[in-house]
Ligand binder design. Structure first.
Ligand SMILES: NC(=O)c1ccc[n+]([C@@H]2O[C@H](COP(=O)([O-])OP(=O)(O)OC[C@H]3O[C@@H](n4cnc5c(N)ncnc54)[C@H](O)[C@@H]3O)[C@@H](O)[C@H]2O)c1
Length: 383
């Protein structure tokens, strides 16, 4: 079978997301499968060009996976005619500049979220990419999670009747780093480095709400830094300048209210690290990363409030498991494949830099709502 090679610059490939999800679980997984089959029978073969700041770490990754192309010179990588796509999984605050350079070099853009540090920057990237005629996409991995796919199926199938509310609970305890090392990079807790849970998670909540339920029309939020002092990767104490918890209320089209708590200072008493409960007139669902449970109105019990007696109902047992009914693959790989088809076969692709900009917009407005202590309506973004 014919093979067509496509050069892809992977910038930030030594990081958690760049290495594990995008290189190993996506592009190398496509190669392990023999390449991505195209409509004309050709196999698309991704050729990663690893880019980063540390030559030795890039070389180690290349050696580990039998790759031959790596460099610390982004300009040189972008100048290569065999490179068609630029992918960015760097820390957030250096992304915008690198994407601008890649657009100027005429490369198609695929990137982690948030696409830029602020809305103006995110919109400008989308405009520049459109003007240059390059294709663009933003990672929206949560949409591909099995739990949320099942939830989406319930919405599309009309299970809920009229949807009333969504309550999301995301988070876990991120260790401060003194007596046990932190399990997230320290830049996440410094505003100057692009950290903060609002800027990190509101873009995710934006596409989850917009694409599974309805567009977000207004936001109210309380944002705070619960843990003001942390210890970094080398054991040094630092001031945590970024927010580590954001309590948001999002009003959606059709009067649906979504309330989502995001926190790195909460201990988990849930089944999964993120869970959404959706209540509708006909039924309710609780969806996590993998699982989804439902309760139909016909099987809804009638609890009676009486604090004088111990609860007799086993509430969790009154829900029914939604079956998989399909095989769920790694969401990052699935989205990469869709983007590659968009680039080489012109297949439609909706998760572009404009969608990314709407996510950044919600984060920015959420932070503003918190700062000013008020509800803020979300204006439409013009192209
Ligand atoms: N889609 C998701 O679910 C998801 C999850 C986590 C993080 N992210 C996003 O992915 C990006 C990377 O996050 P991560 O958790 O992998 O971080 P990380 O710290 O593990 O990796 C960051 C990468 O950027 C590089 N880097 C660090 N400082 C840099 C600088 N000053 N200049 C250039 N490169 C620099 C590092 O070498 C590393 O390769 C962030 O933008 C984050 O918002 C997305």
């Amino acid at each position: 079978m014919d093979r067509r090679t496509i050069g892809i610059v992977l910038n930030g490939v030594t990081g958690r997301m760049g290495y594990r999800q995008h290189l190993v679980r996506s592009l190398l997984a496509i190669r392990e499968g023999g390449g991505l089959p195209l409509r004309d029978g050709t196999l698309l073969w991704p050729e990663p060009i690893l880019v980063g700041r540390d030559d030795a770490r890039l070389r180690a990754i290349a050696d580990r996976h039998g790759l031959t192309e790596w460099t610390t010179d982004l300009g040189a990588a972008l100048a290569r005619p065999d490179v068609e796509i630029y992918f960015d999984a760097q820390v957030t605050n250096v992304r915008e500049k690198a994407i601008r350079a890649a657009v100027a070099a005429g490369k198609h853009i695929y990137t982690e979220k948030p696409t830029a540090g602020d809305l103006a920057g995110a919109v400008e990237l989308a405009r520049l990419a459109d003007a240059a005629g390059v294709k663009h996409g933003v990672v929206q991995d949560k949409l591909f999670l099995p739990g949320l796919r099942k939830l989406d199926r319930l919405v599309k199938g009309g299970f809920f009747g009229r949807i009333l509310s969504i309550r999301g609970e995301f988070g876990y305890w991120v260790f401060e780093g003194d007596w046990q090392p932190a399990q997230r990079p320290s830049w996440n807790y410094r505003t100057a480095d692009g950290g903060g849970i609002t800027v990190d998670m509101f873009p995710h909540w934006h596409y989850v709400l917009e694409q599974i339920f309805a567009p977000v029309r207004a936001v109210t939020a309380h944002v705070t830094t619960h843990i003001p002092r942390r210890w970094d990767e080398s054991g040094q104490p630092y001031e945590a300048t970024a927010d580590d918890a954001a309590y948001g209320i999002f009003e959606l089209d059709g009067g649906v209210v979504a309330q989502i708590n995001s926190s790195w200072a909460v201990r988990v008493y849930r089944d999964e690290l993120v869970e959404f409960q959706v209540d509708g007139t006909e039924g309710s669902a609780v969806a996590g990363l993998r699982n989804c449970r439902i309760q139909h109105r016909s099987t809804t019990p009638k609890p009676v409030w009486n604090p004088d007696l111990p609860a007799t109902e086993q509430f969790r047992e009154q829900w029914q498991v939604v079956p998989d009914n399909e095989e769920f693959r790694n969401g990052f790989q699935e989205q990469w494949e869709l983007f590659l088809r968009h680039v080489v076969e012109d297949e439609p692709y909706t998760w572009d830099l404009w969608a990314g900009a709407r996510g950044v917009q919600l984060a920015e407005l959420g932070a503003q709502a918190a700062r000013e202590g008020r509800r803020i309506e979300v204006p439409e973004l013009g192209a």
